[in-house]
Design a protein around this ligand. Structure first.
Ligand code: ADP
Ligand code: ADP
Length: 229
């Protein structure tokens, strides 16, 4: 179980415009932290740096104590499982979608699908099981069902770090709570970072990091933020 550390990270896309102004925080191993803040605060930028789509101009990002600049792209991708807001699914079965992209399979194999199906039991019951077609000519999954498939696809790769990037933001609150409750159970012991703009999304977080204009404005548990906020 790795920790994730941002150590005095300074970053701008363009030369004269700094977006992150010396950002420091630590997500301890196995903890779930939420990153919130207004649009433009730098939340997506933070995620892109964690993936090394860009490198910081100053400071370091550490996973399990190791500067991610010294980690291969392949192991970085294996370490971090992402669930984005609008997951793109293939026009194929749920099983195929869950099994797709596993590092140990050039194409989805039965084992991956079976493992995925088992995981679906945790993730929630879908109408007709994992042979269900996702695509336009088959059954149309709801937004919530699609996200469950996307989450299962990420989790079958067993990433030690989970990055939820507005993963449930497009869903109604009820569906969101269902999914988050399951995620909480399934991903309990993973290090997780959840980027969100809606308070309902972060109810389960151990700690909340409030980002504003590229700086950490506040951080703390729900109770602490309510007391001092
Ligand atoms: P958030 O995810 O919190 O809404 P972002 O990280 O997307 O914030 O954006 C932070 C700032 O960086 C914004 O001012 C945005 O305009 C700017 N920005 C984001 N992406 C790029 C980019 N690719 N090139 C230049 N500026 C960008
Ligand atoms: P895969 O998970 O299918 O193996 P890759 O390893 O090729 O995907 O890419 C890493 C992940 O980075 C992708 O899942 C992609 O959705 C995700 N990603 C792209 N842009 C962002 C972003 N701004 N924030 C967080 N994750 C992102």
């Amino acid at each position: 179980k790795p920790s994730v550390i941002f150590d005095n990270v300074v970053f701008g896309y363009e030369k004269d415009r700094t977006i992150l102004h010396g950002l420091s925080f630590e997500v301890p191993a196995g903890k779930a932290h939420a990153v919130v803040g207004p649009s433009g605060a730098g939340k997506s930028t933070l995620a892109r740096l964690l993936f090394r789509f860009y490198d910081p101009q100053e400071g370091r990002i550490l996973i399990d104590g190791q500067d991610i600049r010294n980690v291969t792209q392949a192991s970085l991708r294996a370490a971090i499982g992402v669930v984005p807001q609008d997951s793109v699914l293939f026009n194929d079965t749920i099983g195929y979608n869950i099994g797709y992209g596993r590092d140990d399979a050039t194409q989805p194999d039965i084992e991956a699908a079976a493992q995925g199906a088992a995981l679906m039991g945790l993730i929630g019951r879908l109408p007709k099981g994992f042979e269900t077609e996702v695509g336009e000519r088959g059954l149309k999954l709801s937004g919530g069902e699609k996200q469950r498939v996307a989450i299962a696809r990420t989790l079958v790769k067993n990433p030690p770090i989970l990055l939820l990037d507005e993963a449930t933001s497009a869903l109604d609150t009820r569906t969101e709570q269902d999914i988050l409750a399951t995620l909480h159970r399934v991903a309990e012991h993973r290090t997780s970072i959840s980027i969100a703009h809606r308070l309902s999304t972060i109810a389960d977080a151990d700690k909340i990091l409030v980002l504003n204009e590229g700086r950490l404005a506040e951080s703390g548990s729900h109770a602490e933020l309510l007391r001092f906020g």
